[in-house]
Write a protein that binds this ligand. Structure first.
Ligand SMILES: *Cc1c(COP(=O)(O)O)cnc(C)c1O
Length: 377
C-alpha cells in the first residue's frame, strides 16, 4: 500500500535524534514553555528571517491569536478564501470576527487578488460601517504554493487592512527569496504531523516583525499574564509543549532538504504524467513551491480515486467541499463575490501520495496507474 501521507516515515528518518531530544525533555523536568520552546522560537524566527516567533498549541490557535493580537474583534470583517482547510475560517470566528470568502485563481489554487479587491470594495459599499469594518486579509499558501502576495499587500495598504498569512502548508516556501510568513504583519504556522514541518502531536507558531503584535500574542497565549497570575489583557491557554519543541528543532534542521525531496518527487510526477489527460500543478517563476501536496485535476476524479484505491494507492481530496458549502457555514456566511471557480475545481482536485520518504519506484507505480486509468474510455 502506498499511503497519501506518512508522518511515521518522518519520525523513522530521524529516529535516534528525535528520541534523544525527547529523553532530554523528560529528564529536564520542564514540560511546557521551557528552554526547548524558547530555543525553537529563536531558531524558527532565524530560519524565516523574522524578529519574533511565539509557539502556540496549534495552527488554528496561531491564526486566532494572530487575529486577536491585531485587535480584530466582533464586527470586524476578515477576508479569506473558501478553498482552504476549514481551520482558516474557524479561526476567524473564534476571534469573533466575520469571515468574507473570496474566489481563487484556479491555476494556482490561491487567493485571486481581483476577487479580493471586488469583495473589499463591495464590503465598503454594502455594509453599514457602524456595524462592520473591513479589518484583515488572510491569504493561504495552499498546497505549498505561495499566494500572490505583492498585489494582496498592495490592496491591504490601499484599504488600511492587516495581512495575516496562513502558512500552515508552506514552511520554507518563498517569493523571490523572501519566505512566506515575512510578507505581512503577522503570520501563522501549523505543526500538525503531516505538514512539511510536523510534530508528534499538535503545535503552531505565530511569527511577526512587529514588537507590539508579538508582545500581545505572548500575553494572549497564557491568560494575558505579564507577571505570573496577573492578567493584563484577556487571554487563553495555548501553549507549545517541550517535547514537541525539542522534536521540531531536530526536524527544522532537515526542512530544506526534505522540501527539496518533495520538489524532486513533484518533478518526477510531472515527467511521468506528461501526456495524461490530467491537469498538473502549476509552477510560477520566482515562487518557490514546497509541495505540501501534489494536486492534479481530473474530469473523472472520483473514478480515478477509486481505481487507485483498488491498486492500493491512497489519495486525498483537499478539499471535497468549499467552506461556504459545508453544513456549519452554509447559508450563514456573507458572500460579496461569486465563488464559481472554487466550486468548479473542488469536483476535480486529487492529491497524490506526497511525503519526503516516498521512493522513485513508488512514484512510478502511482503515475503508471494514473496513466492507465486516464487512457481508458
Ligand atoms: C492545517 C491547517 C490549519 C490548521 O492547523 P492545525 O494545527 O491543524 O490547527 C490552518 N490552515 C491550513 C491551510 C491548514 O492546512
Amino acid at each position: 500500500m502506498i499511503p497519501q501521507a506518512n508522518p511515521k516515515a518522518g519520525y523513522l528518518a530521524h529516529k535516534d535524534e528525535i528520541e534523544e531530544a525527547i529523553l532530554r525533555v523528560l529528564d529536564n523536568g520542564r514540560y511546557i514553555l521551557g528552554p526547548e520552546v524558547a530555543a525553537f522560537e529563536r531558531e524558527f524566527a532565524s530560519y524565516l528571517g523574522v524578529r519574533h516567533a511565539v509557539g502556540v498549541a496549534s495552527g488554528t490557535d496561531a491564526l486566532e491569536l494572530a487575529l486577536r493580537a491585531s485587535s480584530v474583534d466582533s464586527g470586524d470583517l476578515v477576508f479569506t478564501v473558501s478553498h482552504t482547510a476549514v481551520a482558516t475560517v474557524a479561526a476567524i470566528e473564534l476571534a469573533k470576527a466575520t469571515p468574507i470568502l473570496v474566489d481563487i485563481n484556479p491555476e494556482t489554487y490561491t487567493m485571486d487578488p481581483e476577487s479580493l479587491e471586488e469583495a473589499v470594495t463591495n464590503a465598503s459599499r454594502r455594509i453599514r460601517p457602524s456595524m462592520n469594518r473591513p479589518k484583515a486579509i488572510i491569504p493561504v499558501h495552499l498546497y505549498g504554493q505561495p499566494a500572490d502576495m505583492q498585489p494582496i499587500v498592495e490592496i491591504a495598504q490601499r484599504h488600511g487592512l492587516y495581512v495575516i498569512e496562513d502558512c500552515a502548508q508552506a514552511h520554507g516556501a518563498d517569493i523571490q527569496g523572501r519566505k512566506v510568513g515575512c510578507w505581512c504583519d503577522i503570520a501563522a504556522f501549523s505543526f500538525y504531523p503531516t505538514k512539511n514541518l510536523g510534530a508528534l502531536g499538535d503545535g503552531g507558531m505565530i511569527v511577526t516583525n512587529n514588537d507590539e503584535l508579538a508582545e500581545r500574542a505572548h500575553l494572549i497565549r497564557e491568560y494575558g499574564w505579564r507577571d505570573r497570575y496577573i492578567s493584563d489583557i484577556p487571554g487563553k491557554n495555548s501553549r507549545l509543549d517541550e517535547i514537541q519543541a525539542a522534536m521540531l528543532r531536530i526536524k527544522l534542521r532537515y526542512l530544506d532538504s526534505e522540501n527539496l525531496k518533495r520538489l524532486r518527487i513533484a518533478n518526477l510526477y510531472d515527467q511521468l504524467l506528461e501526456g495524461a489527460s490530467v491537469k498538473l500543478p502549476q509552477r510560477r517563476p520566482g515562487f518557490r513551491h514546497v509541495f505540501h501536496q501534489y494536486v492534479i485535476q481530473s474530469e473523472r476524479r472520483d473514478g480515478l480515486k477509486e481505481f487507485l484505491r483498488k491498486k492500493e494507492v491512497m489519495t486525498a481530496i483537499h478539499y471535497p467541499l468549499p467552506v461556504h458549502l459545508q453544513p456549519a457555514y452554509k447559508e450563514r456566511l456573507l458572500s460579496l463575490v461569486t465563488l464559481e471557480r472554487t466550486e468548479e475545481i473542488v469536483k476535480k482536485v486529487l492529491s497524490l501520495p506526497m511525503y519526503p520518504q516516498l521512493e522513485d519506484g513508488q512514484v512510478e507505480v502511482v503515475a503508471n496507474h494514473v496513466q492507465n486509468y486516464e487512457k481508458r474510455t
